[in-house]
Write a protein that binds this ligand. Sequence first.
Ligand SMILES: [Zn+2]
Length: 407
Amino acid sequence: MGGIRRSTSVNRYVPVSMIVDVGEAWTPPNPYSLAGPKDWRPPLSRVIFHETIHYWQYIGHTHLIRLVEEDWGRLRHFDKTREILPPGALRRGFSQRKPEIGFSTQDLVEAHARFWDVQALGPPLLIELELDAPNRDVGEILTRAHYERLKAEGKIWHHYDQDGQGVGYSSLSFDLAMRLAAGRYALPYLELLEKTNDLIAAALFPLCVHFALHSREPADFYLALVARLAGQVGLERGRAIEQAWRALYVDVWREAELLHCELYGCEFFTGQAEIHESLLYQEHPGYRMAHTMLALACDHIQKNRPPQFLVGPVEMPAAMRALWTLDYLLGCCGMTVSRSPDLLAFTAPPVIRFAEGRSWKIGEIFDQLPYQSSAPCTVAQPPPRAGLAQALLEVDEKWNEMLLAGL
Ligand SMILES: [Zn+2]
């Protein structure tokens, strides 16, 4: 895949300040950008959605929380002493591609976000947006003419309804949309696809990345987990893919747990447990808030979701099943049922920043949703989010100051 360049867009998520940066022109806040990105201004929503997936990755995955903890430590040190410490071991390892693996933790993070972009927008829409977008270099994989030809041959949609509207997408279009992610971002998915088939790859991919991102060495762990699971999973065609993720979650967890113990001699933590143990919980305003909101979400799941919604064995205590379910929703964060209401109502990103510094303090919108909870923060006593956005913008400013001072 040599010669394929990454998109040159400026979009990014800033983990240490939790700010979702979309770099597009400001527009009035609209929660549909996250609740239904394919139905509300898709060219803009897809950017907001993609960067928000990163936000959920960074509050939901142990390895990434530890990475932020490292960066936070450097920032705190700089703030106190004006001395710049070198990046920590996890930060240095994040973009490293070991030759025997071929991709990095960062590639895995991007592939996972890409997978949810494709699921949430649908491959045909995403492919068309990318073929149309300036600054996106997809021509080496797919040209507009090639795409139109595939469409005319009936290879993009599964079938057409009476009005000529495409219904269901083909596995070829899903595959193309993943490959359009460019270069190594697609590698982790292609690796799994090679060992299984399109159905099993789509079912296992988000779960394997999810547990890999809880592990000590995500890229290595992902490959080992894929090798372990590839021959073990059989799925019937024709069932909704959401059912496959739900059904496989506990099995993949068990295999991941065994593998983690074999490789590193210990179990892994879920993201919520990791935040609680982390310095971030004591010191970082955004992570402290995220921890509270995750606890509220868990509580909401336990009280309001029907038992069949919960993952894990039925004989397990409901509180434990709710914890597992939240972990599952964070791993499958692009899924419609994950987003609405659980993730959006409780863990919408606190700041979504547009061009010229204007932002959506989107958490405030979702705080108004009437969810009850017995946790210390309730709707009647909501957590103080208004000040949070400002605090995070200040963290962002300090972080930029440190990066500039280090140049
Ligand atoms: Zn990304």
